[in-house]
Design a protein around this ligand. Structure first.
Ligand code: 4AD
Ligand code: MG
Length: 480
């Protein structure tokens, strides 16, 4: 029989009509009031049991975590806290959840720390916090596709297994089908990858950018949205070994156009969830307010979650060159008082997250786009400026997050690109196909990568990236 979802029933005007709902028991109070949740919304549906006329054996099985189907009549609720409720006529238990066993899990009705929830990542989506985060994650993903689709972009499905290192940083997971106990060897003792599955060395992609460039130089405007993998050993609250990245790439677009696109794109998707995900955002906002109560005044958030999101939508991102940023940092209080772990002494220094956060959170107090970075701290494919020492790179820095976007105008001049690759020992043979795009109708083009989980972090107000992806992969952890 067709059943209704809790979200529909809660919004329904069909008072006195019969509904069947199915979900998991969140609580069962006084042998009468079931709070039922089916994941369609953060809100529970109250189902009222006529316990005097219900089999006591059945009542005993209505326990926290159990999956049940309730058929009954929708009525205006007498009680506080809900507009409508279901007066249950029949209850069917689909799956029991034994209280003694539930007690040992994060499903037990008490406050569990986020660390504890991480230990049972297969169950945490049944909690309010993770339900809200994962619904928002899904809505954001949809908004991203909608944004590009409405603007004439095509999605390019770039490969996950590649033979190239797009970022040239060597942080790749290798792929092999060889018997690692006994791999075929060359005469010099090295592994003979010619005998491997693909007849060469391959790895999981760190970015779809290079392949996306080839597609932009044919379809005009493309984007990728897929998993990327980095074997960097950064055990931080901002890094995952497997994360999702959105990478638009646009032909005949320079760095200014690229910054405009990134800013407009972020504002669109943030605005989308502000419009479409009020209930989940309200819940997460309140969660942060409660959390702040236990913190000293100085550490509390200056804006509520939705205010913070609205601020991003309403205000221009501040655009600052790397050179200006270095001046600001060099003369900053924390630098002078030696509070930075990595002091800023000279132009050319790579910015660490402490510097990025100072600029965004203390100095400008709004999202910042830094551009024109020193060539030698950025990837090989970025367009060299006339000064010969900076490249047309841009990073977008967000409060509480640090870098959320990294992008650039690409080096479209074959000779300059080849020189750069030679200087970095990147073999031309490996990227012959990439160089071809500079041989046949090369043109100005630009793109960027947005780390999806960092966006979800920002939007949900969560603080650890492990809590915004269903099954986080981090150094030492690939559970489930
Ligand atoms: O700055 P990145 O390394 O840039 C690129 O990969 C370019 N190919 C993008 C492009 O121009 N098409 O990474 C882009 C973004 C970062 O700004 C950050 O948000 C996210 O990806 N990111 C990570 N997110 C989670 N865990 C990690 N280990 C991440 N590394 C990068
Ligand atoms: Mg970057």
């Amino acid at each position: 029989m067709k059943h209704s979802y809790v979200a529909e029933v809660l919004a329904s005007q069909d008072i006195h009509q019969e509904f069947t709902v199915k979900g998991w028991v969140r609580s069962f109070r006084a042998n009468q009031f079931i709070a039922l949740n089916d994941g369609s919304t953060i809100n529970n549906l109250q189902c009222v049991v006529d316990y005097e006329n219900t089999d006591p054996e059945l009542l005993k099985r209505i326990t926290v975590g159990a999956a049940i189907a309730v058929t009954g009549i929708l009525e205006e609720s007498q009680g506080k806290g809900q507009r409508v409720e279901i007066k249950a006529q029949t209850i069917v238990i689909e799956g029991d959840a034994h209280p003694e066993e539930v007690k040992l899990t994060i499903l037990s009705p008490k406050r569990h720390s986020l660390e504890k929830l991480r230990e049972q990542s297969h169950l945490r989506v049944r909690t309010n916090t993770f339900g809200a985060v994962m619904r928002l994650r899904s809505k954001l993903s949809f908004a991203i596709h909608q944004y590009f689709n409405e603007r004439g972009f095509y999605q390019a499905h770039t490969p996950i297994i590649t033979g190239s290192d797009a970022e040239g940083a060597g942080e790749m997971f290798k792929i092999t089908a060889l018997d690692l106990e006994n791999p075929p060897k060359n005469e010099d003792g090295s592994i003979n990858y010619k005998e491997d599955f693909f007849g060469k060395e391959t790895n999981l992609t760190v970015s779809g950018q290079l392949e996306a460039e080839t597609y932009a130089l044919g379809l005009g405007k493309v984007y990728t949205f897929g998993p990327t993998f980095r074997a960097e050993n950064s055990n931080t609250s901002r890094h995952l070994a497997e994360f999702w990245m959105i990478e638009p790439e646009v032909a005949f677009c320079d760095l200014d156009g690229n910054m405009d696109l990134a800013e407009d794109f972020i504002k669109y998707v943030v605005n989308y969830v502000l419009t479409h995900c009020q209930d989940d955002l309200a819940f997460l906002e309140n969660r942060l307010v409660q959390e702040d109560k236990s913190k000293p005044q100085a550490e509390r958030a200056s804006m509520l979650l939705r205010e913070k999101l609205q601020f991003v939508v309403d205000n221009n991102f501040k655009r600052v060159s790397y050179t200006e940023a270095i001046d600001i940092l060099r003369n900053s209080k924390p630098n002078k008082k030696k509070k930075f772990k990595f002091p800023i002494n000279a132009w050319g220094a790579d910015l660490q997250s402490e510097h990025e956060r100072f600029l965004v959170e203390k100095h400008f107090e709004c999202p910042v786009i830094l551009f024109d970075y020193p060539a030698n701290i950025k990837a090989f494919y970025m367009r060299l400026n006339e000064d010969g020492k900076t490249v047309r790179a841009m990073d977008i820095l967000f409060p509480g997050i640090g870098e959320i976007v990294g992008g650039s105008q690409r080096e479209e001049r074959l000779d300059v690109l080849k020189e750069k690759m030679a200087a970095l020992d990147i073999p031309e043979e490996e990227l012959h196909w990439y160089l071809d795009t500079r041989r046949f109708g090369t043109c100005t083009h630009s793109g960027f990568g947005l780390g999806f989980e960092r966006l979800v972090l920002f939007v949900t107000g969560m603080t650890n990236i492990r809590d915004v992806i269903p099954y986080p992969r981090t150094p030492g952890n690939a559970d489930i």
